[in-house]
Design a protein around this ligand. Sequence first.
Ligand code: ATP
Ligand code: MG
Ligand code: MG
Ligand code: MG
Length: 466
Amino acid sequence: KYMTGNEIREKFLKFFQDRGHLMLPSASLIPQDDPTLLIIGAGMAPFKPFFTGKMKPPATRITTCQKCVRTGDIENVGRTARHHTYFEMLGNFSFGDYFKKEVIPWSWEFLTKELGLPGDKLYITIHTEDDEAFDIWHNVVGVPEDHIVRLADNWWEIGSGPCGPDSEIHIDLGPERGCGKPTCGPGCDCDRFLEIWNLVFTQFNQMPDGTYPPLKNKNIDTGAGLERLASVVQGKPSNFETDLIFPIIEYAAKIANVEYGKDKATDVSLKVIADHVRSMTFMIGDGILPSNEGRGYVLRRILRRAIRHARLLGINEMFLTGAVDVVIGMFGHAYPNLVEKADFIKKVVEMEETSFLRTLKQGCELLNEEIEKLKAENKTVLDGATAFKLNDTFGFPWELTEEILEEAGMTMDKEGFDAALEVQRKMAREARNDKEGRPVVYNTSGINVAELKVDEAATEAKIVKM
Ligand code: ATP
Ligand code: MG
Ligand code: MG
Ligand code: MG
């Protein structure tokens, strides 16, 4: 019997608690007091004010398991073994406390002793000039020189403020998982050298004049993907086969009456569905509602993408609430707010599914007609006005239109689409305000928005039944 995802999460947090860290619960996916950020995508993100010195941390050593959403990785989902839109990032943080000589041996100890990973399969990337990290990895930990790779890319900065070199820990999963290119090695984008943990050493202060003076208080910020650790510990071919995700795949496969592992396209759809259902469950649980803007749009896109992949598998009926139940069953223990909000989450998902299913069929028919027309005319670009109509009338996220076109070897006129959208937005802005110019919030959802603890942006967002 293997170590479960829950056990790995607990082991990590305990390991760092035993080393003097204060354990904090995951912050909400909605950033607090950070207008620069749409959604939390890293364990350090909620701690930005501690790193910049704007706020004093409750302890100089903190450990967390942070819920993360990265839409930047949405196209990778199901195509790589390691990327999700939603994942959990385990992390340990030092705010002017310990530094490289503590964190490097600890990370090695955790991976090799606590998780039992084979040290001879681990590869370390360090920044080109980070001799200090090299010295610790090589002379203190004992990693052989040919398992340490210097890369200019191993540098973390966000434009200003605390920044510095990083070390990424990879595990070699064997040449059969690799791209086979002669350049393939730790840091390659393929699935052979799986990046499991990133250790960031924030030791410099990026100044407006382009200089990097050293920080008086050096910090540590690390992030390890729970699903990636689980895939390695559980010996699975990808994150999707771990106990953190596979039950959702099994559920979707059962509903669709398909078998996992028989057909590539089917597997991609099952993985996308499983990934997206996790995302929507946690996002709505944190108070995000589907809308046409900001976080709400991220959620809407994820919801609709999941529904579309379900249709690709031949699922034509409602299925999302059942899948959400599976997710809550899997994670309700670690995240009790999912259990508290279960009915609410399912209600929101059900509304979106109902409205989208109604229009998806008509929209797909229209788009397919357009694709046929383009083919007949030997064209490959869908005009912006038609793409906009699909969005406006049928609620197709433009990315979905683009994806369907892509499958037919076509593209869309994004500029024309943007222009049509801008015209419509302007009209909507004018129509939305009452006589005094105050915004009117439409809510025809049947949910009393005022009773929900949701973030401002989501509350503002109108929930319109289509
Ligand atoms: P990759 O190079 O594989 O895309 P990354 O360098 O973008 O990963 P970091 O920003 O360093 O990732 O995040 C820290 C850790 O979080 C990674 O080492 C990985 O274990 C995990 N992680 C990052 N992105 C994802 C994702 N999309 N899905 C699952 N885990 C992720
Ligand atoms: Mg990445
Ligand atoms: Mg990386
Ligand atoms: Mg990284």
